[in-house]
Write a protein of this length. Structure first.
Length: 493
């Protein structure tokens, strides 16, 4: 997922809201009874998810933006669920795209400060450390500004350091340390890859692999690798005109990269240079849709299925009805395909959630982004954010819809394999013509098995608590850490 602002079909309520949303947009609704399309299956008996590789990643479930390296947006940890309560919140002075929790139990976030102080500027990528009890910021470090997503896609390493790219063309390892004066956030290590980046290009995402390398991708289609020790290995340029606006997904034997035109399975050779194993073009439609950032698929590829990574799934951007596409990870052979949504909004900018052979796809069609955050005009120019989410299972070589509800999810959801619930923030029922950035914002827990709501807890009101399609995380104590436009929330049991 990537980081995204809120969408609706209307302009932001004020210029201030627009500026704040734009700052946050480094890049990440739920009411109505679900109508099952088939009898819901029980929870998967065995649902392998990507383990942390032996080299370079922090605690399982709390160290990656999409939950694990397979980008399943799932976690082995239980969330607040049916007994959720608002435990704490703070105003960090920016919007936080992703939050990680290390082995020391301290939450640390990749945020975009609305106003930076060193130097004075707006929309500054910042690493912020939070008090685990009060949710108050206790230390922070501003980074060099760069591409829109450079301060959004990162991960936590096995030394509790945030690994992220900054605007200088470097991969940073940002740690936090207790000093005589309190906590401090510092850049502990820096790998300069600027010489590999063409003028005007920027790193949009990075992730580690099982062999101790760090993969990175750029906005204009460069795929590169470096070692953790700092050796720059090599790069491969994808076809001109293909852009990247999402993260990349990693398994032991390959890396999945999705551009605005095609899905790639890649591997590094003995020299560490990325090479394409297979490529599958998809229907990118005739234009960007409202509720998406770029003209093309809005999903980060998701590994799932046999062995945990036997299949890879995306949703295309077909004009009338986008389709779920499932391929065999090793060969690129299509497993199955079907319309991603039945009655929900017809499009998504969110990563697909996965558990076992099952997928959950939230709709973001019509979700409103600030004009400076999107790439090119949309068709139609705007649409209402109707929302909706659906579960599709892959069985015996076919895709089958299990349920679809009308939940208007406004954050990238987190699926807990421990409690069987989908955790997110969202809005109430869709009202045609209503302004998106107003009204109650709720914590919502939805049953993965049935698609039914099991908990609704109001945590604030938009526009101050506009969820912005940001990403939360569930900590070891069951607390759900989720940022909004104005606050960092800790929702506990």
């Amino acid at each position: 997922m990537r980081l995204r602002p809120h969408r609706s079909g209307n302009r932001p309520a004020s210029a201030v809201a627009l500026i704040l949303a734009a700052a946050l947009l480094g890049v990440p609704a739920l009411f109505g009874a679900p109508v099952p399309a088939a009898t819901a299956d029980p929870l998967p008996a065995a649902a392998p998810a990507a383990p942390s590789p032996a080299i370079g990643v922090g605690p399982v479930g709390t160290s990656l933006m999409h939950g694990d390296l397979y980008s399943t947006d799932s976690t082995p940890l239980p969330g607040p669920g049916r007994s959720a309560r608002s435990a704490a919140s703070s105003i960090p002075g920016g919007a936080c795209a992703a939050t990680f929790i290390g082995s020391d139990g301290l939450p640390v976030s990749l945020c975009t400060r609305f106003v930076g102080t060193d130097p004075l500027q707006v929309a500054v990528p910042t690493v912020v450390l939070f008090d685990p009890r009060t949710a108050q910021p206790i230390a922070q470090r501003e980074l060099a500004k760069g591409g829109l997503l450079g301060g959004v896609y990162g991960y936590l390493d096995d030394r509790d350091r945030v690994v992220v790219a900054d605007g200088s063309g470097a991969i940073l390892f940002v740690g936090h340390h207790r000093t005589a004066d309190g906590w401090a956030v510092t850049v502990d290590k820096r790998i300069d890859v600027s010489a590999k980046l063409p003028a005007g290009d920027a790193i949009t995402g990075l992730a580690p692999d099982w062999q101790g390398r760090i993969w990175y991708v750029t906005t204009n289609g460069l795929v590169g690798t470096v070692t953790r020790g700092g050796t720059v290995l090599g790069t491969t340029r994808l076809p001109r005109g293909e852009k990247l606006g999402n993260g990349l997904t990693v398994r032991e034997s390959g890396v999945s990269v999705l551009t605005t035109h095609a899905l790639y399975e890649m591997r590094a050779g003995d020299d560490g240079v990325p090479r394409t194993v297979w490529r599958r073009a998809y229907d990118r439609g005739s234009a960007r849709k409202p509720g998406q950032l770029t003209w093309g698929s809005g999903t980060t590829p998701t590994y799932f299925g046999p062995g945990g990574d036997g299949w890879v799934a995306i949703v295309d951007n077909a004009d009338r009805r986008p389709r779920l596409l499932v391929y065999r990870s090793d060969t690129g052979e299509q497993v199955c395909s079907m319309p991603a949504f039945a009655r929900s909004g017809q499009g998504t900018e969110n990563s697909i959630l996965a558990w076992g052979d099952s997928l959950v796809i939230p709709s973001t069609y019509g979700y409103q982004y600030p004009p400076m955050a999107v790439d090119g005009p949309s068709r139609p120019e705007s649409a209402g954010f109707t929302g909706g989410a659906t579960r599709i299972d892959v069985r015996d070589g076919s895709c089958r819809r299990v349920w679809e509800n009308s939940d208007r999810l406004a954050t990238l959801p987190r699926l807990s394999r421990a409690d069987g619930l989908i955790h997110a923030l969202g809005y109430g029922p869709y009202v045609p013509g209503a302004i998106q950035q107003t009204g109650a914002v709720d914590y919502i827990a939805t049953d993965f098995r049935t698609g039914k709501r099991v908990r609704t807890l109001k945590i604030g009101d938009a526009p101050f608590d506009e969820p912005m399609e940001l990403t939360g995380t569930i900590g070891p104590d069951g607390s759900f850490w989720q940022a909004t436009l104005g606050r960092m929330h800790k929702i506990s049991r």
